[in-house]
Design a protein around this ligand. Sequence first.
Ligand SMILES: NC(=O)c1ccc[n+]([C@@H]2O[C@H](COP(=O)([O-])OP(=O)(O)OC[C@H]3O[C@@H](n4cnc5c(N)ncnc54)[C@H](O)[C@@H]3O)[C@@H](O)[C@H]2O)c1
Length: 392
Amino acid sequence: MTPPLGVGMIGYAFMGAAHSQAWRSAAHVFDLPLAPDMAVLCGRDPAAARAAAARLGWRSVETDWKQLLTRDDVALVDVCTPGDTHAEIAIAALDAGKHVLCEKPLANSVDEARAMVAAAERARARGARSMVGFNYRRVPAIALARRLVEQGRIGPVRHVRAVYLQDWIVDPEFPLVWRLQRDKAGSGALGDIGAHIVDLAQYVVGDRLTGVSALTETFVKERPLATASGGLSGAGGAQRGPVTVDDAALFLGRFAGGAVASFEATRFATGRKNGLRLEVNGGSGSLAFDFEAMNELWFHDGTEAPDTAGFRRIHVTEPTHPYMEAWWPPGHGLGYEHTFVHEMADLVRDLAAGTDPTPSFADGLQVQLVLDAVERSAAGGSCWETIEGDAS
Ligand SMILES: NC(=O)c1ccc[n+]([C@@H]2O[C@H](COP(=O)([O-])OP(=O)(O)OC[C@H]3O[C@@H](n4cnc5c(N)ncnc54)[C@H](O)[C@@H]3O)[C@@H](O)[C@H]2O)c1
């Protein structure tokens, strides 16, 4: 009989639903050494939390996350709340001896992220592990891109071009939901979606950014106060309040190994819904990925004869591709939700083996240092800001 891994999840909206789906399926798709036990869901409204638990498959409910941390049937705490709560919950959970999976961005500030890394190190010495939820690393095409870069298939990396394009707030009457408030979200498009492409770029290239020059813009400075809101939707009232985060962030960066990079994160790319694109150009080849066609990776092998060389589309559904052996016959693609299934499967295996899951809280801090440098650069007229070397 496979031993259980008791999970307690805090927050049950967008990410709560995605994580629940993954906790429900991970052990049914992958052969895992621990069986996730969806022990408890935590939400502040008792009736709504009970309804969510029933819908999403959790067997009990708590209304105070501190109470969840005292439960013996919870070995891992899954943090699916907005950024202003991550540090407090994750540190308390680690200090209570629980493993922690924390959604991205790791924190709302570098100081919070440092405190979380310190807590993770304390906890690690006692056998509790931690991971930050940069799920796009677990798109098979992205994992394949990383493998090809590692294998030297594109040679030394020269350029990284990353964009993350959304359009859900182009309407100036869209309400002031938590993602548009600095005290809740830390930053705007930068921390929400820019964090993903910073993590992906560093992951695929296997290198870290050492400096940036940035600009940010808030196109709509005031919005209706939210009367009812979810993370990415809501309704507004008659009163208005200030938008305190960026709507768009653009920056140039340098990698330690010499590559140069450009990044663009915006919620004002009208018509673009979840346009996460990454292109990497190396000395002998290139790779290109677009999340809106997430089962595909484009590869140009510059060592081929020029008369037939060109970008070719790899349909990343072969059993030899990352994660795909556990899924469907070749050609039967995956979707967004499967990235979370992979995340949970990898995490469970690491917990059983006593190995460190990735991305670690230190990786999350490294991303936070980049976000912080972007904000300092933008505030300083796009001046060059260096990013310190050792994120731990
Ligand atoms: N990995 C990804 O692709 C991805 C996508 C979306 C969001 N996120 C991240 O996930 C986190 C949550 O975002 P979301 O989109 O799910 O937000 P959301 O607004 O949809 O859900 C937030 C949930 O947290 C709950 N909550 C807030 N404060 C709480 C508290 N003190 N105690 C208990 N519950 C509390 C809310 O009631 C709600 O259930 C954020 O950090 C966000 O950046 C990651």
